[in-house]
Design a protein around this ligand. Sequence first.
Ligand code: B1M
Length: 233
Amino acid sequence: MVEEQPEEEIILADLSDDDLTAQMHDDLYDGLADEIAEGTNILLARGWEPGRVLNDALVEGMRIVGIDFRDGILFVPEVLLSANAMKAGMAILRPLLAETGVEPIGKIVIGTVKGDIHDIGKNLVGMMLEGAGFEVIDLGINTDVEEFLGALDEHKPDFLGMSALLTTTMPYMKVVIDVLKEKSLREEYIVIVGGAPLNEEFGEAIGADAYCRDAAVAAETAQRLIAERRAAA
Ligand code: B1M
């Protein structure tokens, strides 16, 4: 009988930066939320900018998860654990990314569209927008046109932001924009859209003001568009 060797415990704090980020990619893959929180705190304590921790340790880890999900190596329950671990890291980074200490420069209502429950990217966009000085009203996932309209009416934001991660849900963005047009409300809001299956062309075709490739681009674009709108007013 072969005796099983106990696995050697990895002390995250003893790893070099490169080894720690690689280990965090593995821990994200394995859905280990406590380890992701610990790794995030270690990198911050080593002086890493929150944005670098987010991109190099968390987003990159999730990219690897995405590849194996696509290839049928990982399945929904495992990816949910990875998403949960990602959120543990994001919860630590959120206040740091949002730390601007200035008056909001604008307001955005944001949500993942109807039929779609992916929210990691949308949450990241919200965090980056907060960091860029925006007030963010997050409607969560599976948001239908009535919920969007209700929130626009209640909060009177400058922006409407929609996220979709599925090719089957991205057309719903056009449904929302068309209803805004029907109600003569389209010009009231700057509409930005994003999500992995979208592109510039799609954003244009559905009548959005901008397609944003990632959260950093969303923050830059929102700053630019609100400045342009205010200059034109
Ligand atoms: Co889903 N899923 N998933 N999934 N999932 C994808 C999207 C998929 C590409 C995986 C794959 O096959 N490779 C695939 C879609 C294929 C397609 O449509 N062509 C897929 C599928 C098929 C599914 C299910 C149908 C699986 C099933 O049940 N058989 C199912 C659908 C459920 C539903 O929504 N109705 C499903 C379920 C899930 C989980 C629940 C397990 C989980 C979601 C957990 C959660 O979000 N809380 C999940 C996950 C995690 C993924 C992957 C692996 C990762 C998504 C993610 O979080 N990425 C994803 C594979 C992938 O995208 N590579 C996949 C990290 C995040 C930081 O990036 O979300 O792209 P992203 O956001 C970026 C940009 O896109 C952009 O900025 C963000 C940050 O930089 N952005 C915006 C996003 N929104 C924006 C809005 C903006 C601006 C920029 O302005 C408003």
